[in-house]
Design a protein around this ligand. Structure first.
Ligand SMILES: Nc1nc2c(ncn2[C@@H]2O[C@H](COP(=O)(O)OP(=O)(O)OP(=O)(O)O)[C@@H](O)[C@H]2O)c(=O)[nH]1
Length: 312
């Protein structure tokens, strides 16, 4: 059976429903790991399409979500986080992805943690091409006790970069998220919509499934598991409303394999059963999920492996 097709790429002008004065543009969300990019994108798109987790570096793919608000259509590109400590091929790839993603967007949302600007944030800022409108989003504002403490910090940020807008907010607050749409709307060019009004994402169901298994994997192994473990969907068959999925969790070391399997296979069973339940909700059908763990030593260092796993 075929995979769920990705949404076809419509050239500008092909959407049939653009209203008078339509705007449409690409919006990138960037920031160091764990700053709240996935949380913000999920809030903006209004549906869980990217996976949030306390584990840094959970977003490795470019993910596009689409949201139409009044006459404006926002096409979101969620770019990967950064891993500064380990300079592997994986990270070089991430930086390339970030830069190529940013070269063709209309506006960049640059997330930092309100009141903080470190080397890791500076590195992200330095990858944004010159001349792009950049909206500074000091996120997690709810964790700042006195808002007035933020003023000198905001002033210092003004000196770092000529940001187009300053929008301190909390990605977890709906009112803040709604306000953000209005603020970034003028940065979208006036043109016809790229997608139908109710389009949510152009990612396939298969991709979402692998991200979902990854989320369960990281949730249930806590901080023990290195971020560069990955999930590869090896079999995907559909029979009516039933999906038979076989997925491999690829890790670097035998020790990690044991960690995932757990004593008596308990942990792997739990990862599988939680992922299956959520996949059934996602696909609105029945799912047989077979999970297994593979050791692929040093895979994060090999450009070739990266290509075969689809990270180019
Ligand atoms: N208090 C608070 N926590 C937040 C907010 N936004 C996100 N978080 C939390 O911050 C953590 C990281 O959020 P993510 O959305 O996964 O961050 P990310 O930038 O996508 O992370 P990577 O995928 O590692 O790049 C999660 O535990 C979120 O619940 C916020 O506005 N306030």
């Amino acid at each position: 059976m075929p995979d769920m097709p990705d949404m076809p790429e419509l050239p500008p002008g092909a959407a049939r429903t653009s209203p008078e004065g339509a705007r449409c543009g690409l919006v990138a969300i960037v920031g160091r790991p764990n700053v709240g990019k996935s949380t913000l994108m999920n809030a903006l798109v209004g549906q869980k399409i990217s996976i949030t987790s306390k584990k840094a570096q959970t977003t490795r793919h470019r993910i596009t979500g689409v949201r139409t608000v009044e006459e404006a259509q926002f096409v979101f590109v969620d770019t990967p986080g950064f891993q500064m400590k380990h300079a592997t091929a994986l990270n070089r790839n991430l930086n390339r992805t970030v830069q190529s993603t940013l070269s063709d967007v209309d506006v960049v949302l640059f997330l930092v943690e309100a009141g903080r600007f470190g080397m890791d944030d500076a590195k992200v800022l330095s990858l944004i091409p010159e001349g792009k409108p950049v909206v500074l989003i000091p996120n997690k504002l709810d964790t700042v006790h006195r808002r007035s403490d933020l003023l000198p910090w905001l002033k210092s940020m003004q000196e770092r970069h000529p940001f187009a807008e300053y929008v301190p907010m909390s990605a977890q607050k709906q009112a803040d998220v709604d306000r953000l749409f209005q603020i970034i709307k003028p940065y979208l060019p006036e043109q016809d919509w790229f997608y139908e009004e109710d389009a949510l994402t152009d990612r396939s169901e298969k991709f979402l499934a692998s991200e979902l298994i990854r989320e369960k994997l990281f949730r249930l192994t806590g901080d023990e598991l290195p971020y560069n473990s990955t999930v590869v969907i090896e079999k995907w068959e559909e029979e009516g409303n039933l999906r038979r999925i076989s997925a491999a969790i690829v890790v670097e070391r035998d020790a990690h394999k044991g960690m995932i399997i757990g004593s008596g296979g308990e942990r792997l069973k739990r990862i599988g059963s939680e992922a299956r339940q959520e996949l059934e909700r996602l696909t609105d059908g029945k799912v047989f999920l077979e999970l297994w763990v593979k050791v692929r030593s040093g895979w994060a260092d090999s450009e070739e492996h990266l290509r075969s796993y689809g990270y180019e």
